[in-house]
Structure formats: structure tokens, C-alpha cells
Design a protein around this ligand. Structure first.
Ligand SMILES: C[S@@+](CC[C@H](N)C(=O)[O-])C[C@H]1O[C@@H](n2cnc3c(N)ncnc32)[C@H](O)[C@@H]1O
Length: 189
């Protein structure tokens, strides 16, 4: 089986950093891990960036690299309502196998973003057969869940949360069956 570990998260982060290059304001990186995206975007326009993650080791790593981060759970974030211009969550949503979990995380992201602000996320492409098989085998072997989606599935959830799609960018090959991942940008009504 081909290996995309490491490669796909990296190109996803780079794609989003490029897309966010012209957006300023306050940015929250949800499930920031070691702060790879924070590091990328803090060198662009976005100076006011904060990350949140539940893993103390990842938080410690990001903090020691100079990032502003907080330890916390993305299901219940210690942030006030509508204080961010952008909430971004990368390389993480595919680890949550229940729709309820997905909706809870997205609701939290929408809650902390101001009206007219952006929610940015990525999904692994359900139509990519190799990825689909890889994740199916992964699940069958009882490993950590990995779930892929169609952009329209997320669009419908976000519509219900009062957000409209403004951009859908393929990561990898720009083809609905071959793209590895999609970066989706929503605007809060
Ligand atoms: C695959 S990593 C992605 C990290 C980063 N976003 C990136 O693209 O490099 C997934 C991250 O989600 C974090 N995570 C998982 N469940 C979480 C939760 N309930 N609250 C906060 N962070 C969580 C993990 O600790 C991990 O750092």
C-alpha cells in the first residue's frame, strides 16, 4: 500500500497557508498539533494566531517553538463567542468516525468565528479509491478510525450551521476522483 503519512498533512498545511496568505485578523488553529500551520501562517499576514490541542506534549513542543497555544478540548473550547476572524482545522476531522462528533467540532468552530468570518477545514476525498481502500483496511484492522467525505456532505452540515461554501480547493491532483484531499472554506452568515 502506498504511503501518504506525513506527505499529505504537509501539502494540506501548505495549501491552506497559501490560501490564507491574503487573509489577516485573528486565527484559531483547532487541533493544532505541533503548530506546523501556526508557524507557516504567522510568517504571513496573520500575526494574531493561537492554537489549541488536547495533547500536552504537542502543546509543549509548539510553545517551545514560540507559538501561542492552549491546552484544551476542541469539543468545548475555552474561547468566547465570535472572537476570531478565521477558525481552521486541518488533518484532524478524518479521525472522528461519528457524524455527531463532526457536527460538534464544526459547531464549536462556527461559535468562535465572527459573522462574515471564515471556517477552514480539510477532508480526505471519499471518491479517491486508493484512499477509500486504505481507510477501509485501516478500520477493519481495528486501528484509529479514518473517515473520508465528499465536499457536499460537509457543505450540507455547514449549511445547517449557518455557513456557506466560498471555496473548495483540491489538494494533489485537481480531479474529483484523484484529489487526495479538499480544502473547504466557509463563510459564517
Ligand atoms: C493528525 S494531528 C493534526 C495536527 C495539525 N492540525 C496538523 O495538521 O499538523 C491531529 C491532532 O488532533 C488533536 N486532537 C485529537 N482530539 C482532540 C480533542 N478532542 N481536542 C483537541 N485536540 C485533539 C491531536 O492531539 C493531534 O494533535
Amino acid at each position: 500500500m502506498f504511503r501518504i503519512r506525513g506527505y499529505l498533512p504537509r501539502i494540506t498545511v501548505r495549501t491552506v497557508a497559501r490560501v490564507l496568505k491574503d487573509h489577516g485578523g485573528r486565527v484559531a488553529d483547532i487541533a493544532c498539533g505541533r503548530g506546523v500551520l501556526l508557524k507557516e501562517i504567522s510568517t504571513h499576514n496573520n500575526k494574531d494566531v493561537v492554537g489549541i490541542d488536547i495533547d500536552p506534549d504537542q502543546i509543549e513542543y509548539a510553545r517551545s517553538a514560540g507559538m501561542t497555544v492552549v491546552l484544551g478540548d476542541i469539543f468545548s473550547m475555552p474561547f468566547k463567542n465570535e472572537i476570531y476572524d478565521i477558525a481552521v482545522c486541518l488533518n484532524t476531522l478524518y479521525n472522528f468516525s461519528s457524524l455527531n462528533d463532526l457536527v460538534s467540532i464544526l459547531s464549536e468552530m462556527v461559535r468562535i468565528v465572527r459573522k462574515g468570518g471564515k471556517v477552514v477545514l480539510d477532508i480526505r476525498n471519499k471518491r479517491n479509491l486508493l484512499l477509500y481502500m486504505k481507510y477501509w483496511l485501516h478500520m477493519k484492522r481495528g486501528k484509529h478510525p479514518t473517515v473520508s467525505y465528499l465536499p457536499t456532505e460537509i457543505e450540507n452540515v455547514m449549511k445547517g450551521l449557518g455557513c456557506n461554501i466560498v471555496k473548495c480547493e483540491a489538494v494533489g491532483i485537481n480531479n474529483q476522483y484523484l484529489a487526495l484531499d479538499f480544502v473547504l472554506i466557509f463563510e459564517k452568515e
